[in-house]
Ligand binder design. Structure first.
Ligand code: GLN
Length: 309
């Protein structure tokens, strides 16, 4: 049943959601993202058997933004182990917007989970490497392994556009440095994080990452283990509980697929025994999730009974 989503069918589904392309707004708090075209829509499915289907403007590239938090978490866990990471970052959803500083005062200083900005900034800070570029270089090599594509880079314009305007993220870092969750220079930590968020790819490459996670962390073609199985499981669990920011609960009910979104308008979904689904549609709702991405995943989930629940 699930494999019935062929190329033609996927094209039809994308046309069904095209009318939503102008609902919501393209992210503008990162100046470089405001130039994205809301009409550029694309979707790809990479099945765990290695086959793939795609529809729309699949040549479009976009930056990972918050989707990078899942990948950085996997690498930080591989670098440091679960105990080290979860001593410094929690496992609970927040129900607050992704850039909120509010809970840090209560915990104190320890972010509630790695999918909100505070947690993600702390996680990136834990990735091994003496300099921001060394950390980002290791992260890029990891992305190359996940996608089997060594051409992927970060977009320098988007990275510096965010770095220059990211005062909330700086505040989160200063707060966590005070509480010794973050070590070293705040500017360097932000430099690594904004470059991580600016890693640029397309829906086909992103869907392959989803399929690899669905495959328990093993490369689909070579069978090589890229992420230990229990760490892939942790990443997917966070995608369920915190992946869609403070819309994770309604997304779990309406769609029920582990997923992570980014403010570039991209969504990464990963479904065990099925594969990865990546959607790109730059217009965002008021929580920062892609309007087209949410709608398309909801339609596919309902039609093909994809919910894990
Ligand atoms: N780089 C973005 C930020 O830190 C990522 C946020 C997002 O995609 N929700 O604000």
């Amino acid at each position: 049943m699930k494999k019935d989503i062929t190329q033609n069918i996927l094209e039809d589904w994308l046309e069904n959601v095209r009318p939503y392309a102008h609902d919501g707004q393209v992210a503008n708090y990162i100046p470089a993202l405001s130039r994205q075209n809301p009409e550029e829509l694309a979707v790809a499915i990479h099945y765990v058997n290695g086959e793939s289907v795609e529809a729309g403007y699949t040549e479009a590239t976009f930056t990972l933004q918050s989707i990078s938090k899942v990948i950085a978490l996997a690498l930080a866990l591989m670098d440091n182990g679960e105990e080290y990471v979860f001593e410094r970052v929690g496992m609970e959803p927040t129900g607050d917007p992704f850039h909120s500083i509010y809970r840090l005062e209560k915990t104190p200083g320890k972010p509630l989970n790695p999918m909100i900005n505070a947690g993600a900034l702390a996680v990136t800070n834990m990735i091994h490497g003496d300099t921001p570029d060394e950390k980002v270089g290791r992260l890029l090599s990891f992305v190359h392994d996940l996608t089997d594509d060594h051409s992927i880079r970060y977009n320098e314009e988007v990275a510096s556009s965010e770095f220059e305007t990211s005062f909330l993220n700086r505040s989160l870092l200063f707060y966590m440095k005070q509480h010794r969750i973050v070590t070293g220079s705040v500017e360097e930590a932000l430099d690594a994080y904004t470059k991580q968020c600016a890693i640029e790819l397309n829906v086909c490459q992103l869907a392959r990452i989803g399929a690899l996670l669905a495959n328990g962390g093993r490369d689909l073609e070579s069978g090589r283990r890229i992420i230990p199985k229990h760490l892939a499981r942790i990443c997917k669990t966070f995608m369920v509980t915190c992946g869609m920011y403070d819309a994770s609960g309604s997304f779990a009910i309406k769609v029920g697929i582990p997923a992570k979104s980014g403010v570039s308008g991209s969504v990464l979904a990963s479904l065990n025994d099925f594969g990865g689904i990546a959607v790109y549609g730059p217009s965002l709702d008021d929580k920062g999730n892609s309007v087209v991405g949410l709608k398309l995943l909801e339609l596919l989930s309902n039609r093909y009974d994809l919910s894990i629940f």
